[in-house]
Design a protein around this ligand. Structure first.
Ligand code: AMP
Length: 221
């Protein structure tokens, strides 16, 4: 299966994607996560990308596209994969289409998670992420048992550098200007599947599972 997880920042693509990836036993490829890992490792590419990510701006297409092309050619993607946060521009989407075609692969669908701006801002400003395992929490909606400590691994919970109010505003603007046009790009291709994401994670997961079951079939157990 090859699916895109689509939607504005803070809509829950990562949270929902992790569940779907587990259910269908495919890897999830998050370009944002790749950039955060490269930056944490202090690589030149990570430092270059951080110039953009820290301000909430999109990283130039050529950098992102090369990373994704390398990643989807890896052995663990042979039975399919989910893309979280890619493509984010029409140019990236067109290149992805050609890349998959060259590899003899086909995009099965685009899960479009939807919520209003107020809800996105509330989620992003309250989001905390484990610095060790990447688990995400929300200070009010999904707090950890002990403040600032990950329930899963005991790691320290931190706020993402781009979850500040100014960077969030830039990210939402970038989404509207450059990424939202992809909705009609994929609608025209008959690939778009909407999921109402303005609800608690378990409810959204059930909605996404129902949409996927119709679009793709149930996971092999
Ligand atoms: P995310 O974790 O998906 O919210 O991504 C965090 C940041 O990484 C974004 O705000 C961008 O700066 C950068 N990024 C992630 N994916 C892409 C992409 N496909 N194109 C350009 N920049 C990206």
């Amino acid at each position: 299966m090859i699916y895109l997880l689509f939607g504005p920042p803070g809509v829950g693509k990562g949270t929902q994607g992790a569940r779907i990836a587990h259910k269908y036993a495919v890897p999830i490829i998050s370009t944002g996560e790749i950039f955060r890992n490269l930056a944490a490792a202090g690589t030149p590419l990570g430092r270059a990308a951080k110039e953009f990510t820290s301000k909430g701006e999109l990283v130039p297409d050529e950098i992102v596209v090369a990373l994704v092309q390398q990643r989807i050619a890896m052995a663990d993607c042979a039975d399919g994969f989910l893309l979280d946060g890619f493509p984010r521009t029409i140019n990236q989407a067109e290149i992805l289409e050609c890349t998959l075609d060259d590899m003899g692969l086909e995009l099965n669908g685009v899960l479009s998670f939807e919520a209003c701006d107020g809800e996105l801002i509330r989620r992003l400003t309250g989001r905390r992420t484990c610095s060790r395992c990447g688990a995400t929490y929300h200070i009010r909606a999904m707090p950890p048992t002990r403040e600032g400590i990950c329930d899963r691994c005991g790691g320290e919970l931190v706020q993402r550098a781009d979850d500040t109010e100014e960077a969030i505003r830039t990210r939402l603007r970038e989404y509207e200007a450059k990424t939202a046009p992809l909705l009609s790009f994929y609608r025209k291709r008959g690939l778009l599947r909407s999921v109402d994401a303005a609800a608690a994670p378990d409810t959204v997961a059930a909605r996404a599972a129902a949409v996927l079951a119709v679009s793709h079939g149930a996971p092999r157990s």
